[in-house]
Design a protein around this ligand. Structure first.
Ligand code: SER
Length: 312
């Protein structure tokens, strides 16, 4: 039986992933670990742990006889720029703790990479799987180094570590995090709270995005895939839809006609400028039959419906 540890369990991805894993494998087989506090109302097994603390992580692995780790803990792009040293420390030293223990305890690992591995010199349209990785953010640098570390542990120790380059993820259960694509989450809160939205990106800043249900389904599908079919051991390009702030605003406005937007691009626009617009994820589509379901229209309807329920 699988026993799963999720780090960063209460973040944007973790909140939904833990629920999906609990549903698939049973509540007693999923241990949700966070850094500072367990959200009120969380149901299941939870622990506080710093992923840089090898002793503490090892204690959890052995106490719960863990067989798989979804290692999500990390700083995002905007948070990373505010504290580059902390981003390096958590994103890479935390990953190394998990990888070293995974070799020792023979665990299977999932670790998220990001479109942030790409940079200004990367082709922006149909960005290939194998291309130039020269990111300009510390977050992107940690993701490139992390991808190479994962691949190295696979080559050197035969570790089964799998990874996806997540695009901007749109979710409603957790609050938006400190990223560049997170404007596309915050805008829904303003729409439903009847507040004008001030966007920190330009109106035409197109970025790759995905609805959380697709992201969770894809993550679990990659972890379930036949290892013999996997040809990418850094991190898979993983994509669904691409849109600009103006396009998501227009789509939300069809259902919330009172929503108003203005644009005040800040330093996060520089990060957005360095990232691709449309990703080619054909390796994921061929190797493990990845297919997204949510279009912009379907995602907006679902977000409004679910968030309305959450906020009421
Ligand atoms: N959502 C992330 C960010 O904007 C991208 O990986 O930082």
């Amino acid at each position: 039986m699988k026993k799963i540890l999720v780090t960063g369990a209460f973040g944007l991805v973790g909140t939904d992933l833990v629920l999906a894993l609990q549903e698939k494998y049973g509540k007693d087989n999923v241990i949700a670990a966070g850094l500072t506090q367990i959200p009120a109302g969380f149901s299941g097994i939870s622990e506080l742990a710093d992923v840089r603390d090898k002793g503490r992580i090892e204690e959890l692995l052995s106490r719960y006889a863990i067989t798989e780790v979804y290692h999500l803990a990390g700083l995002l792009s905007a948070g990373g720029e505010k504290n580059p040293n902390l981003a390096w420390d958590i994103n890479l030293n935390g990953l190394k703790v998990i990888l070293d223990l995974a070799v020792q305890y023979k665990l299977k690992v999932f670790w998220p990479s990001s479109i942030a591995v790409f940079g200004p010199t990367t082709p922006k349209e149909k960005t290939p799987q194998h291309t130039i990785l020269e990111p300009s953010t510390i977050y992107g640098a940690t993701k490139v180094a992390g991808e190479l570390l994962c691949q190295y542990y696979n080559l050197k120790y035969g570790l089964d570590v799998r990874s996806l380059r997540y695009p901007g993820l749109i979710a409603y259960k957790a609050e938006p995090g400190d990223g560049t694509t997170e404007y596309a989450v915050s805008i829904f809160y303003n729409a439903l709270r009847n507040k004008p939205f001030v966007c920190f990106l330009k109106k035409d800043a197109v970025l790759p995005m995905m609805y959380i249900d697709d992201a969770i389904r894809g993550t679990i599908a990659l972890m379930d895939a036949d290892p013999k079919k996997l040809t990418v051991h850094t991190s898979y390009n993983f994509s669904a839809i691409s849109f600009s702030p103006q396009e998501i605003f227009d789509e939300i406005k069809k259902q919330v006609p009172t929503l108003k937007i203005s644009y005040q691009p800040d330093e996060r626009q520089k990060t957005a400028d360095s990232w691709p617009k449309i990703i080619d994820d054909s390796f994921a589509r061929v190797d493990w039959q990845w297919q997204h379901e949510y279009t912009l229209e379907k995602m907006v309807s679902e977000m409004l419906k679910q968030l309305k329920r959450k906020l009421s």
